[in-house]
Every structure is written in C-alpha cells, then in structure tokens.
Design a protein around this ligand. Structure first.
Ligand code: GUN
Length: 297
C-alpha cells in the first residue's frame, strides 16, 4: 500500500481563501482591519525566511503586516520597549516575536511581556494555561495546523492511539494537550515519547496517528510505523543546498520507506509548514474580532 500524501499546501490554500473572505467582510461590515506585527532579531536564515513568508501570507489575505527587523545586538530592554509599544498600538492585533532570540536575550522575558490577548503564537503562559483547560482561542500555530491536517485526512481521532515524538514547548507538549481534550477532532489516547524514552518503537508501533517533531532526520523509520497509520512529519531539517542554491529540506521521517507502510503521510516541504503560517493568520483574525468586540476571549 502506498500512502495518500496529505498536501498541507492544498489545505492551507483552501483555508486562506476562507480567511480572505472573512477579512473582507470584517472590513466591509465592521470597519475592522486585522493587523499582525512580526519582530525579527538578527539574520538567522531560517528565521528570515519564516518571517518573510508570514508577512507575505498576511498581505495575501488582506491583513496589515508590520515587520520589525532589529540588529542581533539589540538589548533586552530595547526589545521589551518595542513589545510594549506594540501592546499599546490599536492597529496591531497580533504580535509575533520570531524564536530563537540571540543568547543574551531571555526568550521567556520577552514572550511573557506580550499582551496575552495579542499573543497569536499562543506561547504566553496565560494562553498555555487556557490550552490545558480547553479554553484556548490562540492554539499554537504548528499544533493547530497538525490537528487540521489529521482531520482533513479523514483520520478519526476519537479513541485513536496518538503518539507524539518530541516534547518541545512549541510542538510536542501543545499537540499532546490539544489531542487529549474531550472535544471534537481530539479525544485521543495520547503518548509522548522523548529522548528519555526507554523503548520508543514499542510506543510508535501502536500509533494510529504518529506525530513526529524530533528535530532529527530519519528519527522515524519504517520499522517503527504500524501499517495503515497516519503520519505527520513536523521536521524541517536543512540537509544541504539544491542546484539552484536553495536550502534542501528533509523531515524527521524516512519518507520514501514510511509512505509504503502508512495510509496517509505529510511531505516535507509542503506538509505542516504551510499550515503553520495559515493558523497564524487565523489567530490574527480571531484577535482582531476579539479586539473589535465581535467575540469574547
Ligand atoms: N520559531 C520556530 N517556530 C516558531 C513559531 O511558531 N513562532 C515563533 N514566534 N517562532 C518560531
């Protein structure tokens, strides 16, 4: 059996079209123009390309995009001042500070300074808490994209064995929390594997849904996958450069071998990646609606 390839690109395009219509309606009926501020510190190539794609994506669907690019040696104090300014700017509904930040800056100090009502990344402890109790309006973007792909692939989640490989704050922990909620599109039996796991294959082989966010190429090989599983590969590993000089990407899953065993699988690139940015746009629209009093946080 060869797996169905879950195209994040196609799903993202469909959701972006829905969002574009919603943004147009918000403007027309309510005079609301949602706006996202992105903050990039330094010139890390991966971060530059993510932030550029986020800005471009926003403009595509009619959101205002305010991009702040700062030198790598900016002080923590000055960065906090910018966050404060954005917190108080009525044109800015969502604030995204691209991670990782340079070593001399404490990531958490910055993330905690963002107004939780503008925290479209869902990284502020208030929003992490809301996520845990099932009351989140800003689910973190990559996990939200993963959940959407699982559902749109037609994979039942209720009662499914869902195994996550990786326990990062950005992906592993939040997707585990989201999928165990007693809610539609969740309600799974969740297991989280990590570098301290004694026998990872024991767990992955039971997975109806396998979410891999390990940050290691080929962390999951075909012998670790149950036949018929749905496999979501969150890895973005730069494994060289193409002939045209672009970064060559690979996921965390041995795609060629695993696609012969799984029933559905996401590719890298073109899988989870486009969904992350789309979910960021969705969160920004939600933030604008909340700021305009159309919904309650
Ligand atoms: N760095 C890698 N992924 C993310 C993300 O989703 N949000 C932010 N702010 N930084 C990131």
């Amino acid at each position: 059996m060869t797996a169905t390839i879950i195209s994040g690109k196609e799903v993202a395009t469909a959701i972006r079209a829905e969002l574009k219509a919603e943004v147009a309606e918000l403007k027309e009926k309510h005079g609301i123009q949602p706006g996202l501020a992105t903050v990039l510190v330094g010139e890390d190539p991966a971060s530059v390309s993510y932030v550029t794609a986020k800005g471009r994506g926003c403009e595509e669907i009619g959101l205002a995009s305010f991009q702040h690019t700062l030198p790598a040696d900016i002080s923590q104090e000055d960065l906090l001042k910018l966050v404060d300014k954005l917190n108080n700017d009525p044109k800015v509904d969502g604030i995204l500070v691209q991670l990782p930040l340079p070593k001399h800056i404490d990531d958490n100090k910055i993330l905690y300074a963002i107004n939780p009502d503008k925290d479209v990344d869902g990284f502020h402890p208030v929003n992490v808490g809301r996520l845990v109790i099932g009351e989140s309006i800003f689910p973190p973007c990559t996990p939200a994209g993963i959940q959407e792909l699982i559902v749109r692939a037609g994979t039942p989640t209720k009662g499914a064995e869902l195994v996550v490989v990786g326990r990062s704050n950005i992906v592993g922990k939040p997707i585990a929390v989201m999928m165990l909620q007693k809610a539609p599109n969740a309600n799974s039996t969740v297991t989280v594997c990590h570098t301290g796991s004694r026998d990872m294959t024991l767990h992955t082989l039971r997975a109806d849904i396998l979410v891999v966010a390990a940050g290691v190429p080929k962390a999951v090989t075909a012998d670790m996958v149950k036949p018929g599983a749905t496999v979501i590969d969150v890895g973005v590993n730069r494994i060289g450069t193409t002939a045209s000089g672009k970064a060559k990407l690979a996921g965390d899953v041995d795609f060629e071998a695993v696609k012969e065993k799984a029933s559905a699988i996401t590719p890298v690139p073109g899988g989870v990646g486009p969904m992350t940015i789309t979910m960021l746009m969705k969160n920004t629209v939600m933030a604008a609606k909340a700021a305009g009093g159309l919904i309650k946080i």
